[in-house]
Design a protein around this ligand. Structure first.
Ligand SMILES: Nc1ncnc2c1ncn2[C@@H]1O[C@H](COP(=O)(O)OP(=O)(O)OP(=O)(O)O)[C@@H](O)[C@H]1O
Ligand SMILES: [Mg+2]
Length: 381
């Protein structure tokens, strides 16, 4: 590599493997001093990596309790998982739970509400009590919240899923438990999940400060690619190859890593041309190394009724050289002549970060890798 090639972007591939997110993490902790957070991002953007890094390296005075709740099926399971991790934290502060003991004594008596609610109320009361006694603060991180809500809705009904959200909101807002802080995280489907649950209990997420995790800043994306290429000791023109990797992947660290890994596997010199070849091959591969099928499944699930139209819009945008106006999209075959419906679909696809809308109101794919994959997918069928 040319020795004059230096990127002073502040970030190294640390043991946690999380690169270039320090500013975002600092901002998040800053907000957490005042408010709980709703963290959203498209699939594979790096939410879990970020949250795990926050939980192993919190600022002074804070402790983080991380829970991956993707596979949780019932509110009872949720409550007992929260109890386990909170108890562990309370014990690590050298304290004992008080309300949980009472809860255990009362178990078996008649409940007006389900035991999972009482269990959660006892756990959170103990957590708040222990925070005061220890002078420490605990952050509860619930990763993959929309998935849990959907599973609970499937197994116990929509109302129960909404009750979980309502109770968590009550903890954040009631005077006794106000000090409790949470991060609720998931793919950009919270709104769609709430719509599915037909929440009429107000807006159970409204009090949360919304944060969206995007791709890495360009300089950080290039730096990550350089470090990965360096680690794999590839020959070639690193600076140019790393820049190409950052651009072709839209700065999404997951794809940056994959492209660098595939380059190493192919054992070819790292140049912009080999980067392009590798990406084309990965996109065409039936083993789907970029895991792009998850986006197609997401679209089928959340746009089920309008799948044909959505796929027609995406096919057109995948093939277009430049962003396209809504007006042009109205005239595509397979598109409804109900303009309001088409606008609504475009709005939802933009909220979902499948598409982005430029200042002139024209649409294009947000994720360049997904765009290429969709274009190739269209050629196959
Ligand atoms: N900041 C980063 N630096 C380096 N690698 C990263 C970073 N963020 C994510 N990655 C890589 O991308 C992969 C996917 O990230 P992660 O699982 O955190 O995404 P996610 O948003 O939680 O995805 P999903 O919505 O599918 O749960 C990780 O396994 C990691 O290898
Ligand atoms: Mg995740």
């Amino acid at each position: 590599m040319n020795s004059s090639f230096r990127w002073n972007v502040g970030g190294s591939l640390s043991q946690s493997g999380v690169f270039g997110r320090d500013k975002f993490i600092d901002q998040t902790w800053d907000i957490l001093n005042r408010n709980s957070v709703l963290l959203e991002a498209p699939r594979r953007m790096g939410k879990t990596s970020l949250l795990r890094k926050m939980s192993v390296d919190p600022p002074p005075g804070w402790d983080a309790i991380y829970l991956d709740i993707e596979c949780v099926q019932t509110p009872d399971e949720f409550a007992s998982r929260v109890r386990d991790v909170v108890l562990e934290k309370i014990h690590s502060w050298g304290l004992r739970p008080k309300y949980l003991k009472e809860f255990e004594r009362w178990q078996g008596s008649l409940y007006t509400t389900g035991p999972w609610k009482d269990l959660l109320i006892a756990v959170i009361a103990d957590l708040c009590h222990a925070q005061q006694a220890s002078g420490r603060r605990a952050l509860l991180i619930f990763d993959e919240m929309p998935m849990m809500l959907e599973r609970i809705a499937d197994s116990k009904g929509n109302q129960t899923a909404i009750e979980v959200l309502d109770l968590l909101r009550e903890f954040r807002q009631s005077n006794e438990t106000k000090g409790v802080r949470m991060v609720l995280s998931g793919e950009l489907a919270f709104d769609q999940v709430l719509a599915r649950l037909q929440s009429n209990s107000g807006r159970p997420l409204n009090d949360l400060h919304k944060m969206e995790l995007g791709p890495l800043e360009r300089a950080n994306a290039v730096e990550l690619a350089i470090q990965l290429l360096d680690g794999q000791r590839l020959n070639g023109d690193w600076a140019a190859a790393a820049t190409r990797v950052a651009d072709i992947t839209g700065g999404i660290p997951f794809y940056i890593k994959k492209v660098c890994q595939e380059l190493a596997k192919a054992n070819v010199p790292a140049t912009p041309a080999t980067v392009d070849q590798i990406v084309r091959a990965a996109i065409a591969s039936p083993s789907d190394p970029f895991q792009l099928e998850i986006f197609r499944r997401h679209l089928q699930k959340y746009y089920h009724a309008d799948e044909k139209q959505v796929f027609a819009i995406l096919a057109h945008l995948a093939a277009a050289e430049h962003p396209v106006s809504a007006r042009k999209l109205f005239y595509l075959p397979n598109i409804s002549d109900d303009e309001e419906l088409v606008f609504e679909l475009l709005r939802r696809l933009t909220v979902d970060r499948i598409l982005e809308r430029d200042t002139e109101g024209r649409y294009s794919f947000q994720n360049p890798i997904l765009r290429q994959w969709w274009a190739m997918r269209e050629c196959r069928f």
